[in-house]
Write a protein that binds this ligand. Sequence first.
Ligand code: TRP
Length: 462
Amino acid sequence: MHEPRAHWSSNIGLVLAATGSAIGLGNLWKFPFITFENDGGAFVLVYLMCIAAVGLPIMMAELLIGRKTQKSVVGALKEAIGPGWGIVGLWGVLCGFILLSYYTVIAGWSLFYFARTVQWTLGGFPAGFSTGDLFDSQVSNAGLQLTLSLAFSAATVGVVYFGVQKGIERVARLFLPLLFGILVLMLVSALRMDGAGEALSFIFRPNFAELEPASVLEALGHSFFTLSLGMGAMVTYGSYIDRSQSIVKASAMIVVLDTLIALTATVIMFSVIFSVAGMREQVGASTVGMLFISLPELFFTEVPFGSVLGPLFYVLVALAALTSTISLLEVVASYVIDEHDIDRHKATILCGGAVFVFTIFAAISFSGAPFFSTLAIFDGKTGWFETADHFVSNWMLPTGGLAITLAAGWFMTREQTTAELVDGTEPAWFRYGVWRLFIRYVAPAAVGAIVVAVLFFGRDFS
Ligand code: TRP
């Protein structure tokens, strides 16, 4: 017996759920850091161009394949194009599986920092305290890492268990407005700081002399990651779209919201960091530094209303991460549900449990565990966590993304894609011909460039 396929209750439900998937650690953790590393301005502009020219057309492609077939990624590609394409779908499911397994570990850190900042709000920030030492000790404490990531995995399973409307959509409807609210509060506070002006000009004033070719590919790679593209997450969410809902409108809203949040988060963080002498140099040292070493201290020493905003900020990180982890688990679980005929409750627990085994490997990889801490397949990447992140961001997402652009642009016919995009629900500004041009030529060329750079020139974009 098959139940009828679940659907989002409305266009807003879809937009919020998909935006929740897109907004995550990529926006709060990766984007500010790579913007910093690439000297802002010009990099941000290139990133915006990648989002518009590559991200948006692929977002539409993924959602349309999902809506057309009403199937999750493996079944969808098989039906939309041909049986052989099931492999591409499986590649996506595998990618979701691996990404989820380590994403949960960083998400777990937000729980730890929430607890810590609450403690400091109540008891005061200890004088002379080193947040660098705190980070090192929490990350190398295997027991703590396992507890945090288990808590986060359990929350993820708990949401996906209740399905599309009662689980995923409900959480997105509740949490996303909250997330927007917290960000606005933080923005107001950050803009009053001394560093705000410098932050704004760093982010928005382009200086093309500083832009390196590798930065362009990095911007492109990140536009994939941040929009949750290249692995069928949006195909899966697309499969829950009712035929009366517009793919074009939804895609545009998701992309705009994701970009706004990434920029807002960056303005907030840089305003804080640039307000303190010497902080710029300190932050440059590591990816995790900004979010988990500099900011915790700055909240309590520099930011107006920081003792309230500090804990709120880590709630924000946790919420953003949770709406992404549920989407990742949904990719894996919906495949098992659709293709192996297992019911949602069983599938969710089964998949959540299987992923958690790999989460354990990532969680202990900072604590000097044999093999998991020392594994070195890729140059400069040590340990399970770094290896998995490198493999997903550099190898899996771009190759998956390339396959999806080719699928929508070259393997599906003009009639098939027109039927989904130009169906009376599309907004007046939409031009099908422009989309087709981008999906057939611009997007594959751009994504192809990443694949070539990674595979043949050993470039690193994570
Ligand atoms: N977009 C998420 C972020 O910015 C990360 C991500 C990549 C993701 N691919 C995904 C999340 C697929 C959910 C599903 O953090």
